[in-house]
Design a protein around this ligand. Structure first.
Ligand code: HEM
Length: 401
């Protein structure tokens, strides 16, 4: 196959023009080798079934930071916050086990009422009959509020959580980077560590409560976690839950605006909400790709992968693969097997916060439906220049009434 563009070009995602390139790759060369790119040579894995094969074979396809990590761009060595998304077993297994119960449905149920109240108040306070940015006033604000609720972080300072997440993931070389050097980044993250340490000590000394810091400070699994591990896990939860959930909130609004029939269906039958939420997450696919590095020679869809090769799983493509998902280009909230999508990955690294993300989206839409809020999109979205996060930076809307 010749003449195929570099699907890692961030412009494809800013301009939202990636679909035909992946359709062609899936049809003509589903595991494709790109000999040259700004990130060096890499393999593109574009079909649902092949992505699953890579996900389910972590012994061959490593996530380890030392091998390059989980993004197409190699992880800068020695500067990262240690956390388990960039680890292989057995370290990954042990660290994930300490965090997973914290975001399990039984724990989340305790936070639901607070999240509902705060979401309701935010929606009631939105401007009427005047254009505003949905991303700023709703998606970013709700995600910050929800993170503050989850951690019982001082509510008035909630945007610091968004800030630390932006600092932790930003590419310092990018034009719009929030910090311009790694030294600046480390200074900010040290402030985060100091703030979190204070909260941890406070919660450990007080009776247990239903917030994630208190739960971690009191649970048998996490009580004795060394401080640096606590900070690493804490940062991973903030970063993991920030952009992804924020962009699902913006993307779901766009999906319903483009498919008013689906909105009618949901208004007529609120029992469809859980399945609608899964479809929103598939439709948006907030994480564009995850990368692995081959630890040994392997064969994938007839191609020979060599030890050390960079293997990129394009979730945006797997979620549009008609051989696994019926009519993938249709947004259908009552589709059969609606949870069968790749937005959360699969296997040992499958998103640990999946239920939490679904709960947040469910509450947003439940409260919108109750109030019959139907925001009208009145301008073009501005999309993120990134090949990793499928982000929406701004989205002008009006709520009439
Ligand atoms: C719609 C929202 C979300 C999406 C689309 C998403 C997507 C993902 C993806 C694709 C992975 C990697 C899966 C793999 O490599 O197979 C992941 C891992 C992870 N996510 Fe999420 N995520 C979301 C929300 C959240 C939330 C709310 C949290 C927590 C507050 C969270 C925490 C994590 C963590 C800790 C990992 C690492 C798991 C591991 O390595 O074992 N995510 N997520």
């Amino acid at each position: 196959m010749t003449g195929h563009p570099n699907v890692a070009d961030p412009r494809l995602y800013r301009e939202d023009t990636w679909r035909p390139h992946f359709a062609r790759l899936r049809a003509e060369d589903p595991v494709h080798h790109h000999p040259e790119s700004p990130y060096g040579p890499y393999w593109s894995v574009t079909r649902y079934a092949d992505i699953l094969k890579v996900e389910l074979d972590p012994a061959t396809y490593s996530s380890a930071s030392a091998m390059g990590g989980i993004q197409i761009i190699d992880q800068p060595q020695g500067q990262e916050l240690p956390n388990f998304i960039r680890m292989d077993p057995p370290r990954h297994t042990a660290q994930r086990k300490t965090v997973a119960p914290i975001v399990a449905p039984s724990n989340l149920a305790n936070l639901q009422a607070t999240i509902e109240q705060r979401t309701a108040a935010l929606l009631d306070g939105l401007p009427r009959n005047q254009t505003f940015d949905w991303v700023d006033l709703v998606s970013t604000e709700l995600t910050a509020m929800m993170l503050a609720t989850l951690f019982d972080f001082p509510f008035a300072e909630r945007r610091r959580l968004t800030w630390w997440s932006d600092v932790a993931i930003c590419n310092v070389e990018a034009e719009d980077a929030v910090v311009k050097t790694d030294a600046e980044r480390m200074a900010e993250l040290r402030t985060m560590a100091a703030t979190m340490t204070e909260l941890w000590k406070e919660r450990a000394a007080a009776p247990p409560k239903f917030d994630l810091i208190s739960m971690m400070a009191h649970s048998d699994a996490t009580r004795d976690m060394p401080l640096n591990e606590f900070i690493g896990n804490f940062a991973l939860l903030i970063v993991g839950g920030n952009d992804t959930t924020r962009n699902s909130m913006s993307g779901s609004l766009m999906a319903f605006a483009d498919h008013p029939g689906e909105r009618d269906k949901l208004e007529a039958n609120a029992a469809l909400l859980p399945s609608a939420v899964s479809e929103m997450i598939r439709w948006q696919t907030p994480v564009i790709h995850m990368r692995r590095t081959a630890t040994r020679d392997a064969e994938l869809a007839g191609k020979s992968i060599a030890r050390g090769d960079k293997v990129v799983m394009w979730y945006v493509s797997g979620n549009r693969d008609g051989s696994a998902i019926e009519d993938p280009e249709v947004f259908r909230i009552d589709r059969p097997k609606v949870r069968q999508h790749l937005s959360f990955g699969a296997g040992i690294h499958r998103c640990v916060g999946d239920r939490l993300a679904e709960l947040q989206l469910q509450i947003l839409w439940q409260e919108m439906l109750k109030r019959k809020i139907r925001p009208e999109i009145v301008g073009q979205p501005v999309r993120l220049y990134s090949n990793f996060i499928r982000g929406i930076r701004s989205l002008p809307v009006v709520i009439r009434g």
